[in-house]
Design a protein around this ligand. Structure first.
Ligand code: GLA
Length: 376
């Protein structure tokens, strides 16, 4: 599906031309995993893969959602949290806007996305943020970007029912080309950090392990619950408030101690990565990525064998650093690597997967792209 096909398909499906077409990207998190819901730091960038959404208001107040990828059209009259199905990511945004007091009423939407689903690249946030951007434009809603991201997060949390943090929607809304978004999830302060890796002869190689992660929702909620339990024991509201890690660890049972050690050290790695990027010290960025992966594997326990094999193979193939990105239990592994070594590294991972009897991974290189915007 190309940009130009969307208006044509919209006309075929609805008998009208769209009022506009909007795009919102997926994201890669460079570093700062499972820190967002702990009030910590994250450093994602938007990817070129996006959700494209054509839309037009309807006068009868009804909502009609079409997915070109799934060849499916669903009508929704009453919007109710807990709705299941792909359209919940769009309907949830309508619901969140109305809950916040915005007068949005009835539209046709036609969606097509090339953000891989279930790969940890935020395919759902891309849909939510495209929907939100479209509705803000169609209804002239004056909502600042961070508030938009929070409304999209509310759709995901309260309507779809996934207890995620703010990172994905913030990245899809606020990222700019050639930059990573340094976000403080407690104060909501943001800083655009230049990510000019190509100037240094480097690239970010992404290995999509294609590992199905069926238990991901339960495991994600369990990690959140452990962090909340640790906060109760420590008498704080957010793990961000831990100031003396060693003292905190002595007060916690072994499982909560491992989870807290990941979150607290990961926050520091984000700060260190921002500093290293500022001085174009990519060797240090790579080392921090690798340390982040080890922490996710050993302390947060969210990696799986395919992910660890991709990580190890990328390092053996000369990556400056590597790490899994996203919620975990599968999905994608990043390698920060010399551009002229990326093909060989991708081939090495494919060979290692074949030798281990795993399915064939998909690889691509990625460049920091722009956040949600109108394209037509
Ligand atoms: C998922 C969630 C995010 C974040 C990451 C882990 O992508 O949607 O809010 O918690 O996992 O860093």
């Amino acid at each position: 599906m190309t940009f130009t096909d969307i208006p044509t398909r919209f006309y075929e499906l609805t008998g009208h031309h769209p009022a506009g077409v909007w795009a919102a990207p997926g994201r890669i998190n460079l570093i700062g995993e499972h820190t967002d819901y702990n009030g910590g730091y994250v450093l994602p960038f938007a990817i070129e893969q996006s959700a494209l959404l054509a839309a037009r208001p309807r006068s009868d107040g009804r909502w009609r959602f079409s997915s070109l990828d799934l060849d499916s059209t669903v009508e929704s009259g009453d919007l109710a949290p807990g709705e299941t199905g792909w359209q919940a990511y769009l309907a949830g945004v309508v619901w969140a806007l109305r809950e916040a007091g915005h007068d949005v009423g009835g539209a046709d939407f036609v969606l097509s996305s090339n953000v891989p689903i279930g790969a940890g690249l935020s395919s759902s946030a891309a849909i939510e943020c495209a929907t939100l951007t479209a509705l803000c434009d169609l209804h002239d809603l004056d909502i600042d970007p961070m508030s938009r991201a929070r409304l999209a997060q509310r759709a995901e949390n309260a309507y779809v029912g996934a207890p995620t943090g703010l990172m994905d929607q913030a990245a899809s809304t606020l990222c700019t080309a050639d930059h990573a978004l340094f976000l403080d999830c407690h104060t909501l302060a943001v800083q655009q950090v230049p990510l000019r890796i190509a100037d240094a002869g480097l690239t970010i190689l992404v290995i999509d392990t294609r590992t199905p992660h069926s238990h991901v929702d339960g495991e994600y909620a369990a990690r959140r619950a452990s962090c909340e339990q640790a906060c109760r024991i420590l008498g704080i509201d957010l793990l961000r408030q831990v100031t003396d890690l060693d003292a905190a660890l002595t007060q916690l049972p072994p499982l909560e101690a491992r989870r807290v050690r990941h979150v607290v050290t990961e926050n520091q790695r984000v700060l260190d990565t921002v500093e290293a990027l500022t001085s174009s010290d990519f060797a240090t960025v790579g080392a921090l990525m690798t340390a982040s992966h080890a922490s996710m594997r050993d302390d947060y326990e969210i990696t799986v064998p395919t992910v660890d094999l991709a990580f190890e193979t990328l390092l053996a193939a000369g990556a400056l650093g590597a790490r899994m990105t996203g919620g975990g239990f599968g999905g994608c592994v990043l390698g920060l690597i010399a551009a002229d070594r990326a093909d060989a590294a991708a081939a090495a991972v494919a060979e290692a997967f074949a030798a281990a009897g795993y399915g064939t991974p998909v690889s691509f290189t990625s460049h920091p792209a722009a956040g949600a915007h109108r394209i037509a």
